[in-house]
Design a protein around this ligand. Structure first.
Ligand code: SF4
Length: 232
């Protein structure tokens, strides 16, 4: 594994200039060669971008550490997609991370339906803390963010430092469009979540996801929130 997992600001700026015109596969190849076994891929088995990335990474390093945050509130279609896609893609090191609290324990400690009263706290308990454990001791994290997914993601860099988790973060599809992502998925026969064919544009917990709206607007309806906190 290479000695330094981090970069100076100038090095990060150079990498972002270089990768702005690179294909995602080239960025992923660089990440695999740079971080080796210290590389992790976050997977939700919800969105199309994440599935395209899993397919690209699996071509180069099928034993890459893939981590899934199981909040206990995922759609059955998401679990089914994971069961189907992992063997189809040939991934051999997929690990599931759950909250330290079962949903019954969470209800006992914080009251029922916390997501309806304090979704930030619910996301902290069920996503952020498990994400910290998933990335503990890791060097880099590949994520599927795209700039066209929301206004808040419009400036997403391709390579950055994620201080909240102490890793280099890589978004190989940052400057891809939804259309490019789907073209890749269909061309390569990549498995994807069937809810994407049923009007869901963004798929998270069933408590906080509705179909029929564009981008991330279907998440946390009624709240000034369109991010769980993993990427902010
Ligand atoms: S998306 Fe909703 S249910 Fe899932 S962890 Fe966040 S607030 Fe809780």
């Amino acid at each position: 594994m290479p000695a330094s997992p981090t970069f100076t600001e100038a090095e990060l700026a150079d990498l972002n200039v270089r990768f702005e015109t690179a294909e995602p596969q080239e960025i992923i190849r660089w990440a695999v060669e740079t971080f080796g076994d210290g590389l992790s891929v976050g997977a939700s088995f919800g969105g199309a971008s994440g599935m395209a990335i899993l397919h690209m990474v699996a071509q180069l390093k099928p034993d890459v550490h893939v981590f899934v945050l199981d909040t206990d509130y995922l759609f059955e279609e998401t679990y089914e997609t994971m069961r189907r896609a992992v063997p189809a893609l040939g991934l051999t090191n997929v690990q599931v991370y759950k909250s330290r609290l079962s949903h019954e324990e969470q209800a006992r400690q914080y009251g029922a339906a916390l997501w309806m009263r304090d979704p930030d706290l619910c996301c902290e308990l069920r996503k952020i803390e498990p994400n910290r454990r998933a990335l503990d001791g890791r060097l880099a994290w590949i994520s599927g963010l795209r700039r066209d997914q929301s206004e808040g993601r419009a400036d997403t860099p391709i390579v950055s430092w994620a201080p909240k988790f102490g890793v280099t973060k890589i978004n190989p599809l940052a400057n891809w469009t939804e259309k490019q992502t789907w073209a890749y998925i269909l061309e390569h026969g990549v498995p994807y979540n069937p809810l994407l064919d049923r009007g869901y544009a963004s798929i998270g917990c069933y408590n906080c996801t509705v179909p029929g709206v564009q981008g991330r607007a279907g998440r946390w309806q009624g709240f000034e929130k369109d991010e769980c906190g993993l990427h902010t």
